[in-house]
Design a protein around this ligand. Structure first.
Ligand code: CTP
Length: 417
């Protein structure tokens, strides 16, 4: 082994976290349960990357171990008996405890059947060699690396390698995971793995919408989401997520962030950017396929409609015209269109609405207008809108100005007796 993992562990975590890890290691030894840190955190410790997602695997009873740890330290635990797992939370960190297991898949894409197993079996069921390593934590073996699949070699060679030829058939989301790791770490997918990805990409079409959506969200959460998406398009994978979906450079550049506000792009906007070129019917099918919640569904559908109207915003407009055109659309759809538009004036109009106009309120409310003589019903609605319109356009500011304007409106409309 080329890396001294004990000192690497010390460098990776604060003293408080190391105390908890040591405590867990002592309890594990006392119980006779070998305990390991596994998966992404091991990969990141070896790469010197920060990762506080601590997955621990026990050859023994994970719930018992986590319960004992919570009694010895100031943490709280959540227990999931149906999965044999437990979450231990303390102020600095969350540790996820699971019992080592082996897995078999009854059919492609289904959830696996699990049974207790050794740490090696637990590692062999995983996605890529770089994610299939463990570091021993029980105090007598602290820092020992368990690496049955050549993960350390692949980390050194900057390679993403799948563990066996059936892996993407068992779980096609791993295709997207592999691309995500490759692009995040600046690694490369080795040729056999890439061949299997392309061979099995069609399996993505059999995955549940929720699982595909989750993988896309993980991509959107990357520092540079455009890189894995571009790679997925190059490998011909995107079309199996949804047949009419295409990601071109224009869309990819928009995923990099909402520069106007210096904010990351919300998931609803990312999905809307991907879907904006679809027809309304295809947009509806996309929404169904990925089982979006109400918020994202609305964003996607509204975007498809609003994109068709963008030319309206290319001309100089009164703020109230901008407001009237946009008030029924979701903010996510408006932001998506602001990101997509190439017209400075349209972009300004869309952000004007998002940043200011949508929050404008009149001072006088319906009750005040009724007292001034506006009858309830349709006329009242019209009066409130006309008053809001002049406020949006900056023609009234104070309550007195609103009252004066409203009195004239009432007179002109021969209301109020
Ligand atoms: N895993 C897997 N197959 C999957 C999902 C997860 O084998 N489809 C395994 C991998 O060993 C992975 C671990 O479970 O490392 C934890 O999963 P997750 O938290 O999703 O992965 P991380 O590697 O921690 O990823 P990230 O750095 O993106 O959080």
């Amino acid at each position: 082994m080329s890396i001294d993992l004990t000192s690497q562990l010390k460098k990776s975590f604060s003293p408080e976290i190391l105390d908890i890890i040591n405590m867990a290691g002592e309890i594990a030894r006392d119980c006779g349960f070998p305990l390991y840190m596994v998966g992404g955190v091991v990969r990141d410790i070896m790469l010197g990357r920060r990762n506080l997602d601590l997955d621990l695997v026990v050859e023994g009873d994970a719930i018992q171990l986590a319960t004992l740890l919570s009694k010895t330290s100031r943490g709280k635990i959540l227990v999931y008996p149906q999965f044999g797992t437990a979450k231990f939370r303390c102020p600095h960190i969350t540790l996820d405890f699971a019992t080592a297991r082996s897995e078999t898949y009854s059919q492609p894409g289904a959830l696996p059947t699990v049974s207790p197993g050794s740490i090696e079996q637990d590692l062999l069921r995983r996605d890529f060699s770089i994610n299939a390593m463990a570091i021993a934590l029980d105090i007598d073996h602290l820092g020992e690396l368990i690496d049955p699949c050549g993960g350390e070699r692949d980390l050194n060679d900057a390679v993403i390698r799948v563990l066996h030829g059936q892996s993407f058939i068992d779980d096609a989301t791993r295709i997207l995971r592999g691309i995500r790791y490759e692009q995040r770490l600046d690694f490369h997918i080795e040729p056999i793995t890439q061949g299997l990805m392309m061979r099995d990409a069609a399996m993505l079409a059999t995955m549940s919408g929720a699982r595909i959506r989750r993988e896309l969200e993980l991509i959107f959460d990357e520092n540079k989401p455009e890189k894995p998406l571009k790679r997925a398009e190059e490998l011909g994978v995107i079309t199996y997520i949804f047949p009419l979906l295409r990601v071109n450079d224009g869309v990819l550049s928009k995923l990099q962030g909402d520069r106007h506000r210096g904010l990351p792009v919300p998931h609803a906007v990312c999905f809307s950017l991907l879907a904006h070129g679809l027809s309304q019917d295809d947009g509806d099918a996309f929404v169904k396929r990925l089982k979006f919640n109400k918020e994202i569904s609305r964003a996607v559908k509204d975007t498809i409609k609003l994109v068709e109207q963008l030319s309206f915003f290319h001309d100089p407009l009164a703020p109230s015209d901008v407001y009237e055109r946009l008030r029924d659309y979701s903010n996510h759809a408006i932001l998506t269109c602001a990101l997509l538009s190439e017209s400075k004036i349209a972009i300004d109009h869309l952000y004007l609405y998002l940043d200011r106009l949508q929050n404008v309120k009149t001072i006088l409310d319906g009750e005040a207008l009724k007292q001034m003589g506006v009858p309830p019903g349709q006329v009242l609605g019209e009066a409130l809108w006309e008053l809001l319109r002049v406020r949006l356009d900056g023609k009234v500011e104070t309550r007195q100005e609103e009252e004066a304007w409203m009195s004239l409106w009432i007179r002109d409309h021969a209301l109020g007796g």
